[in-house]
Design a protein around this ligand. Structure first.
Ligand SMILES: [Zn+2]
Length: 308
């Protein structure tokens, strides 16, 4: 069947209308799933994890839907604007993110001010909306953002002063003989390495040991008192750290939160882990490694299914 040009455009318009309607439906379903914290029983540490891993949205699509969800949760009067396409999902999410960032730097908007901002943004492009944000907060272009783009890459974005840019370029020139096509990433890598060598306590211990070895091999027993003192101080620091680790020993398979859902989904969150007693402390469970496991804060608090 061959459609005429007009029919093709008409068909596309019809499907796009349906797509917007179902986007809004999905957002409303998300509201309820998030409110009931269903992600926890399904083995995810956050609603975001469930939206990406269970529902299969990519990071960007997930964030757009979740942020738009939060926006219409607070201001349901804008649901129909999303459905009609006057307020795009991206713009709604950008506004929500902006309001969140403003609140975080103690410039919270009242509900009326929020509504006024959304109304200002209706029918605008993302670029125009970004200009609106910059007018409201000129400091905004100094903020720093990070996005995960793959398992081992991040996209970091921030603006820098002309002065810092000049310094970085000067460094690139100075190091140019080592690597003429040095990127900013390579330069930062070098600077981070230099900084860690100077400030990382673990490396200080290593350095002290190396110094000790060199000193003892060079001039057998003439190690100065000062040197041997600083070495032992650093070593004590190191061993105290290990002792603290032993004190909190928890059975650890290195795979993060141990919560497993009924259908076998392991949470695996690696941040903000808390010690959880397999046999509860109140029931006489011991405070030792065999009775302890890691759980993320969310699962530790809301534990509804126990891991056998
Ligand atoms: Zn968890």
């Amino acid at each position: 069947m061959k459609l005429s040009n007009n029919e093709l455009v008409f068909e596309a318009e019809r499907e796009i209308k349906l797509e917007r309607e179902s986007t809004l439906k999905i957002i409303k379903l998300f509201q309820e799933i998030s409110a009931r914290k269903i992600f926890l029983e399904r083995g995810y540490p956050s609603f975001y994890e469930m939206v990406t891993k269970h529902f299969g949205y990519c990071a960007g699509s997930a964030m757009r839907r979740i942020n738009a969800m939060k926006l219409v949760q607070e201001m349901p009067q804008f649901e129909e604007k999303i459905e009609s396409g006057e307020l795009s999902l991206s713009v709604a999410a950008d506004v929500q993110t902006f309001l969140y960032q403003e609140a975080k730097i103690e410039r919270p908007y009242s509900l009326n001010a929020k509504i006024e901002l959304v109304e200002t943004c209706i029918g605008k492009s993302r670029r125009e909306v970004e200009e609106e944000f910059a007018r409201r907060n000129p400091e905004r272009d100094k903020r720093e953002t990070q996005h995960v783009i793959s398992h081992d890459r991040l996209r970091v974005s921030f603006s820098i002063s002309k002065e810092l840019s000049d310094k970085l370029n000067q460094l690139k020139d100075l190091l140019g003989h080592v690597d003429p096509s040095m990127t900013t990433e390579t330069l930062l890598e070098k600077l981070a390495e230099l900084g860690l060598e100077k400030y990382d306590p673990a490396r200080k211990v290593e350095r002290a040991k190396r110094r000790k070895m060199i000193a003892s091999s060079a001039k057998a027993e003439t190690l100065t008192e000062e040197e041997s003192e600083s070495t032992s101080a650093a070593e004590v620091k190191g061993s105290r750290y290990i002792r603290a680790e032993q004190r909190h020993a928890v059975h650890d398979d290195g795979a993060g939160c141990t919560f497993v859902s009924a259908n076998g989904q392991r949470c695996g969150a690696k941040r903000f882990l808390q010690r959880d007693h397999i046999r509860p402390f109140a029931e006489g469970g011991a405070n030792e490694a065999t009775n302890l496991r890691w759980m993320c804060g969310q699962h530790n608090r809301a534990r509804s299914t126990r891991v056998p």
